[in-house]
Ligand binder design. Structure first.
Ligand code: AKG
Length: 297
């Protein structure tokens, strides 16, 4: 997705392309056909402890992101002033934060994403880091990531690494099978759940159903998470949280991956990230110099 309260037009010059990644350094990973089957069926799968070895590195990167938020792209605070806790996120910093780059360039995330998407390649879109501090009650509004994004396609995956213990009621939750509903919902502002774009009413998107008011009618995956637990989910899978109070620090780091059917998509209103001067037209493949292909079958 996207997150976020509103895009900060004054964010740093995050769009500088440039770093090239030596794909020969990227490890392949053996995947389990049953896990891939669950991902295809449910739009989400949990792989316990998969990236435990990366937790310290990613925590250090997120700490760098937090200490100087304005030096990085799209720092966003979604807790209104005066509300307890903190709900922070930031994204598009993989070229700026060495620990994030290390993960993108040296972890098995590309291989994992490519195999789960059933794609001949895994093209990297961007990363996104999240933090909720103890005391936070602000929910992550239920949303799908795809309608925020300037891409379209069926083969997509987020690789979400939990960096802390999180009880099920505060961890991100997923509506199983929602990626197959054939429905897309309005993106929402994280701070208050309102629509992300004013002109969405004119689009084909629907309002997100009130999942929390009707939980028994949805098949919700709500897992207690440990550091290193990794959730792979489709950009169309509905996810979010209720507003149970976060009792201990809860951080996560997500990478977003595009499969071989994904193309650039013009959507009404602003997309996330708000790329400019990209010179791609609707329906074209995403340019590889900005979005590197890091794994090929
Ligand atoms: O961790 C959260 O609460 C939100 C995560 C999320 O929305 C995402 O990774 O797309």
């Amino acid at each position: 997705m996207q997150s976020t309260s509103s895009f900060n037009a004054n964010t740093i010059d995050w769009q500088k392309p440039g770093i090239s990644i030596d794909t020969s350094q990227l490890p392949d990973i053996a995947t389990d056909a049953n896990d891939i089957e669950v991902f295809r069926r449910d739009g989400v799968v949990l792989l316990r402890g998969l990236f435990a070895d990366w937790v310290d590195t990613l925590r250090a990167g997120l700490q760098r992101n937090l200490e100087n938020p304005c030096q990085f792209a799209f720092p966003c605070e979604s807790n209104p002033t005066g509300e307890p806790g903190r709900f922070f996120d930031s994204y598009c910093n993989w070229q700026l934060i060495p620990e994030y780059l290390d993960f993108v360039a040296h972890s098995a995330a590309a291989s994992l994403a490519g195999q789960f998407m059933g794609s001949d390649q895994a093209q990297f879109f961007h990363e996104h880091a999240f933090l909720k501090a103890p005391g936070t009650q602000r929910a992550t509004p239920w949303h799908q990531d795809l309608p925020y994004y300037c891409v379209d396609g069926m083969k997509t995956a987020s690789v979400y690494v939990s960096l802390d213990q999180a009880a099920a009621e505060v961890a991100v939750q997923f509506v199983r099978g929602s990626h197959r509903w054939g429905r897309l919902f309005y993106p929402r502002v994280f701070a208050d759940g309102s629509s992300f774009n004013d002109d969405q009413a004119a689009s084909d998107l629907e309002p997100v159903p009130d999942i929390d008011a009707d939980r028994q009618n949805y098949d919700i995956a709500a897992w207690a998470l440990e550091p290193g637990d990794t959730i792979i989910f489709d950009f169309r899978t509905l996810h979010g949280t209720g507003n149970a109070m976060v009792k201990t620090l809860r951080r996560a780091f997500s990478t977003r991956w595009l499969g071989d059917d994904v193309t650039y998509c013009e959507r009404p209103g602003e997309t996330s990230p708000p790329y400019s001067n990209h010179r791609m037209r609707h329906g074209e493949r995403m340019r590889k110099d900005w979005f590197p292909v890091l794994w090929q079958r």
